[in-house]
Design a protein around this ligand. Structure first.
Ligand SMILES: C[S@@+](CC[C@H](N)C(=O)[O-])C[C@H]1O[C@@H](n2cnc3c(N)ncnc32)[C@H](O)[C@@H]1O
Length: 233
């Protein structure tokens, strides 16, 4: 299945799951991390424009808009954007169903956030180049991804015969969160080693200014599941 169709298929189930508060990794780890770091740089400034790359059904985009930032959520999944427009409204919030390759922004953004979307993006370098172009000088790119070193253990493909940590590969599995297995819904992400990500940021002109490995104290896992990266143009 194409990446767009996978995310179209699962969009409503995921949205409802999140609205019911079941996605604890999102509500307890990823959302607070993104909001606190956006505020750290931009202190609720209403003149700050943010792009949410791969916004999905727009839950995080909406939360950021509540803090008075101008935010545009962009996603290639048409059904995700349809749901985002249906469920989330704010005067400083808008959504766009496009790939970055189809955009020609008239403004440059202070900040781009990419919450759990870069590992789902087929052309990482191509998109990073366009994110870089869309940012103002000194603009920030705030990223969370599944931790490349530990997600293969968490999603149980580390020991697969055809898995090689050092090689980029598309992994397709039944989608799951900490609390729920989404039977009948498969999604893909691209496994890439940590060095691949870091080199891609460097190659596209970004400076890494901070990083953190994220988990939850109640995970009972010995490893962090997510990687947070703060980059600057
Ligand atoms: C795991 S979901 C994350 C959605 C959202 N950021 C969130 O926090 O819930 C990944 C999203 O990335 C989107 N995506 C994948 N490749 C993309 C691309 N090239 N451009 C824009 N969005 C993309 C998918 O359609 C999907 O909605």
């Amino acid at each position: 299945m194409k990446i767009i169709d996978e995310w179209n298929h699962i969009a409503k189930e995921r949205l409802i799951d999140r609205l019911n508060g079941n996605d604890r990794s999102y509500s307890e780890i990823l959302l607070p991390k993104m909001l606190s770091n956006i505020n750290k740089y931009y202190s609720n400034s209403s003149s700050c424009s943010i792009l949410d790359f791969g916004c999905g059904t727009g839950e995080l985009t909406f939360e950021v808009s509540k803090l008075s930032y101008n935010i545009l959520g962009l996603d290639i999944s048409n059904y995700s954007i349809e749901l985002a427009n249906e469920y989330f409204r704010n005067e400083n919030l808008s959504f766009l169903n496009k790939s970055l390759f189809e955009t020609d922004f008239k403004i440059n953004f202070e900040c781009v956030i990419a919450n759990m979307s870069l590992m789902d993006t087929k052309d990482l370098i191509g998109n990073l180049k366009l994110i870089h172009k869309a940012l103002k000088i000194d603009g920030k790119l705030l990223v969370t991804i599944t931790h490349p070193s530990f997600w293969p253990i968490y999603w149980d493909y580390f020991n697969d015969n055809d898995f090689n940590y050092n090689k980029e590969s598309r992994i397709t599995r039944t989608f799951k969160t900490q609390n729920k297995i989404f039977e009948g819904y498969k999604t893909s992400h691209f496994h890439r080693p940590v060095s691949y990500y870091l080199n891609s940021f460097i190659e596209t002109g970004f400076k890494v200014v901070a990083t953190e490995e994220l988990g939850h104290p109640e995970d009972n896992l010995w490893y962090p599941r997510f990687l947070y990266l703060e980059l600057e143009k």
